[in-house]
Structure formats: C-alpha cells, structure tokens
Design a protein around this ligand. Sequence first.
Ligand SMILES: O=C(O)CCC(=O)C(=O)O
Ligand SMILES: [Fe+2]
Length: 352
Amino acid sequence: MGEVDPVFVQDLEHRPKLSVTEGEDIPLIDLSSIINSDENDVDVVEKLVKEIGSACREWGFFQVINHGVPLETRLKLETASRNFFALPLEEKRKVRRDELSATGYYDTELTKNVRDWKEVFDLVVEEPAVVPASPDPQDNNLTQWFNKWPQHPPEIREAWEEYGKEMQKLGLKLMGLIARSLGLGENRFNEYFKNQTSFIRLNHYPPCPSPHLALGVGRHKDSGAITVLAQDDVGGLQVKRKTDGVWIQVKPTPNAYIVNVGDCVQVWSNDKYESVEHRVMVNSEKERFSIPFAMRPSHYTMMEPLKELINDQNPPKFKPFSWGKFFTNKRLSNFKKLNVENLQIYHFRIQE
Ligand SMILES: O=C(O)CCC(=O)C(=O)O
Ligand SMILES: [Fe+2]
C-alpha cells in the first residue's frame, strides 16, 4: 500500500492529481482604501464592497493585500510556530489537546474519517472560551477552554497575543464588508462575536513520501463565519472551483491573507454566499506551515438566515440551530473514526 500507513490513504476518488491546474487564481483584493485613510472615499469603498460580494458569490474565497496587519506580527508568530514544531514529540505532547479541552497540540486529526498528514497547535482567541459541555440538546451545562502554553519557545505566547488582536480587527473589518455587500449595515454581525469561540491554529505539514495518496487536510468546509489564513511560500491549498468542481491551487502571495466564507455566512446569507470545499496537498520534499484564524460566533448564537434577507420570493432555506451545539457535535468526528458523515449545515436545510 505504498510508503505511508494505510490510515493516511485517501479513497481513489479523493486522491490529489500531482499536476496542478494553473492559469487562474482566486480574486486578489486590495484593502488599502479602508485601512490607510480615515476619510474613506465613498466611491472607492463601494467598489471594494462590490468586489468582496462577487468574490464571495463566485468563489467563496479571495486573498487580501494592504490589510493593515504588520508583517512583523505575522513573522514573529510564524517563527515561534516553526520553533515549536521543531521540538521533540514528547515536549509537544506535554501540551496536547484532548476531548475535554480543545486547545493544544494534536497530530492525529481525522477529516472525513481519514487521517491528515499534519500536526497542529490550537489556541482560543477569547480566553476562556465558553462552550457547551456536550452536544446533547438536553444538556445545558457549559465548559471553559483555556489555552495551554508550552515552555518552549517562550516567545510564542506574546507573539500569539499580538497576532490574535490583529486577526480580530481584520476579521471584523471583513465581516463589515461582507455585511455591506449583502445590503446590511456594517456592524450587523458584530453582536455575534462578543464571547466568540474563534481560534487560531498553527499547522505544520511535514514532507510526505506519498503525496499522491495522502492529504495534509482532506476536503472539507470551514464551519465558522470566515477563515483568515496565512500560508507560507510552499503552496498546497486547493479550492474546489464552483463552476466546474476542478481543484484550483491558491498561489502563495507574499504577505497576503486568504479569506474564505464558512458555514455561518452561508446560513446567514440564506445560501447567497456558499462555504466552499478546500483541501491541502502535501509535498515529498518541502514541509509547509500555515496559520488559519477561524472566526466563530458565541456559543449561544442561533444560526438562521437573517430576517432582513428573506421574504416571500426568498424564503429561509435553513431551520434555526444552535452554533454551540453544532460545533461541539462536529468536533467529535475529529477524534473518532465514525461510520457516518459528521454533522453538516445541510442537515438543517428546509426541504423545498
Ligand atoms: O493549511 C491550509 O492552507 C488550510 C488549512 C485548512 O483548511 C484548515 O485548517 O481548515
Ligand atoms: Fe479549512
């Protein structure tokens, strides 16, 4: 069965082609008009809002440049992440993640029941993150997640704190632009991000002897509101193009962030903006690092299409459901090999 353990081997239909589809890339959007000046030029911002709207509709993915996040803040966390993953396994396992507490180091995550070729370190952005104690709808108990800090490298904590603040700022700006592109007020989504369950993940994809059989992360959709991702210069992230289902590689752009729509925005927008499938290819020679910021609402947020966006011609396409219960349920499938597909938003779809 090749050179990797069978637990990593994808079914035939999900194995990546090593020849990459080139020639087209996800939209590249310049945010300088809202970042660099206090007096925003109305026409320029309107144009930006339109660009964001088209990118969300047509791709569900885009990259941003001139986003206002200092390069130094990113470099500090990227360096700390490399230093952390270079530690011996037993050191990293001292801060390991478990079923009780979602933060920490983990190297055996499953996506769609197949093991990913990666190791991760997860941190919550608002500490403690308050979340349901179990996915059981009858159980009203809550629990708190705290971050676990490794002894080495000591600078990781400060680097992460600085980076987390920048991501929260950029995330709210992006949600403001998305709100405006849907015809809503800029602050329409802000209430959902008080007591947010957002997290930042450090990803390390080691070189893999069989990149044609395994994936760094198997195909999936992100369940939060949006994800803001920093990838290094190696490349490997692939997006399933909406028009024809072809996997398109996202070319690394220096100091850009990749933004994608998650399940929450799909539900809020009543399917106008879809959460799009993506996956990560691995490489036989090079290791790769990435840092996603998964922006997620508070656990008590009820997920449902926004009232302002629905009417007789556009009735709600989803039944209301609790964000906290939804994601605690999904989370279980990251640990256990299940015989069924894990919970997805289409399970809440109203049949037409
Ligand atoms: O590493 C990447 O490029 C993407 C990772 C990803 O999709 C995720 O962590 O949800
Ligand atoms: Fe993802």
